[in-house]
Unconditional design. Structure first.
Length: 449
RNA sequence: GGCCACGUGGCGGAGUGGUUACGCAACGGUCUGCAAAACCGUGUACCCCGGUUCAAUUCCGGGCGUGGCCUCCA
């Protein structure tokens, strides 16, 4: 069956046909590395990992190129570096912050069962490409130099705004920010700006004497160009990036290369709330991936994320995660799951995923395989979806104490002192220990989620 | 204010113009000293108001609610 994907640009679900089936190309906006990634950041990483796996399955692992950038030049990074390492030169502090954060990010998403992208380009290693694009845009009349800045001229692109479905006139009316005096038009955005002393700086393009640094959007145009070409198949990210980030990427890339589209499919994952409220530090419901991994296995977090379709809003709740633990534990109970490393996607699951990544449906199909007793298909499909191990509770227990209590309970049972036996079981239960009396007279136990 | 999503049983969530989604939880049963696990069984829900229709949760219009973007943000 064919793969159908929803395209934000055309607002329709349609058949996916790669420009070149021998090289399917996907770009996803990656993290700005200045702090631990939060659970909202995890959503696109997991969602597009599933898509990456699906594309590899359909076109062959060697025929899919997945690029996810690392933004390592940004005001927030500078601020964090200055704050954490005030005694170091800023550039050195920045390097420490970005490298450390990148490692943390990798550790976190590895634990979530995500494959590494084919390429993870860093913005600071693509400044030459950014400058080349900026030069092209100026030469083509789509950008201009003003007071050491280079600005993209939004009115120079008649169909600017198609992705976010807003017309130039509408944006005119909605302008709320104070307009910098050097801008020809309020909507124009920065491609290059001067660096303040001490800030990261590179020789400027377009004959600007003072050193500068790139604007926010140009890096993605540059890195996708370098690694995927002038046009490619899929561009993904969070729905909040539609405007202005992706809109501006499109403007930069299309006006540089005179292409009808930048990517054939624009995919955006929905937002995440926590316990029914917007996640924010002030509400105290802000969770980093790292914090959640302390309490829950990564595969449980992954499963919980995939229970909701990627375009739907997701309400991240403690109850939901606990339910995911139980469900995933049941689905991975077959001993064959742990022993086999074979990956394969069962036809029913493939069909669900091929319908715009319908992961809730796919999970229902996993339950159907489980119900039918088709454990081989279930196990290999789970692995293909990135679930590599059965969830283990993160509760810490004193195993010696547990076995002592269990021995005492077995003794009490033998003596038919059932009141004492039940009391001991309750005590263990309070510690999060679930008992299972086997037929052979022994007692197995496990730690609850 | 403009633009855009979403609103299904206790919870998650698929899907459909007329037939049981599925899962979790709960409840009943088998099993057990009692439990747990496992297995069997039990749930007729689709925000509101109009319209179209023989028939709407499903299509159309309006309303209400929630969230997102318009400024850094997945």
């Amino acid at each position: 069956m064919e793969l159908k994907l929803y395209d934000t640009l055309t607002r329709e679900k349609r058949a996916f046909r790669p420009l070149d089936p021998a090289r399917v190309r996907m770009y996803v906006c990656g993290p700005t590395v200045y702090d631990f990634a939060h659970i909202g950041n995890a959503r696109p990483v997991i969602v597009f990992d599933v898509l990456f796996r699906l594309l590899r399955h359909r076109y062959g692992a060697g025929h899919v190129t997945y690029v996810r950038n690392i933004t390592d030049v940004d005001d927030k990074i500078n601020a964090r570096a200055a704050e954490e390492y005030p005694s170091l030169p800023l550039n050195e502090a920045i390097r420490i912050v970005t490298e450390k954060t990148e490692r943390q990010f990798h550790d976190d998403v590895d634990a979530l069962g995500c494959l590494r992208p084919t390429v993870e380009p860093r913005a600071t290693e693509h400044v030459d490409e950014m400058k080349a694009l900026i030069e092209k845009l100026v030469a083509a009349g789509h950008a201009y130099v003003a007071e050491g800045h280079v600005l993209f001229s939004v009115p120079s692109m008649p169909d600017y705004g198609r992705l976010s479905n807003r017309s130039l006139e509408e944006m005119e009316a909605g302008a709320r920010v104070e307009v910098a005096p050097y801008k020809k038009d309020a909507k124009d955005f920065v491609l290059w700006k001067p660096s303040k002393p001490g800030e990261p700086a590179w020789p400027s393009p377009c004959g600007i004497a003072a050193p500068g640094r790139p604007g926010w959007h140009i890096e993605c145009s540059a890195m996708s160009w370098k690694h995927l070409g002038e046009m490619f198949d899929i561009h993904g990210g969070g729905i909040d990036l539609v405007f202005p980030h992706h809109e501006n990427e499109i403007a930069q890339s299309r006006c540089s290369f005179h292409t009808p589209v930048m990517a054939n499919f624009w995919m955006h994952n929905g937002f995440l709330q926590v316990e029914g409220e917007k996640m924010s530090k002030s509400l105290g419901n802000f969770f980093t991936i790292r914090e959640l991994l302390a309490d829950w296995p990564g595969e449980v977090l992954r499963f919980n994320m995939l229970r909701t379709h990627y375009r739907q809003p997701i309400d991240w709740t403690l109850n939901g995660v606990a339910e995911s633990f139980n469900t995933l534990e049941a689905l991975t109970a077959d001993p064959g799951f742990a022993s086999s490393k074979v990956e394969a996607i069962a036809p029913s699951v493939l069909e669900a995923l091929s319908d715009d990544l319908n992961t809730p449906k796919a999970i229902a199909e996993l339950h159907a395989l489980h119900g039918k007793g088709d454990m081989a298909a279930l196990n290999t499909t789970l692995r293909a979806l990135g679930f590599s191990q059965r969830p283990q509770s993160r509760r810490r227990v004193d195993a010696q104490k547990v076995s002592a209590l269990i021995d005492a309970r077995l003794a009490a049972r033998k003596a038919k002192n059932f009141k004492e036996a039940d009391r001991l079981r309750d005590e263990l239960h309070a510690m999060g220990i679930e008992l299972e009396d086997k037929r052979d007279g022994t007692t197995a136990w496990k730690v609850k989620a």
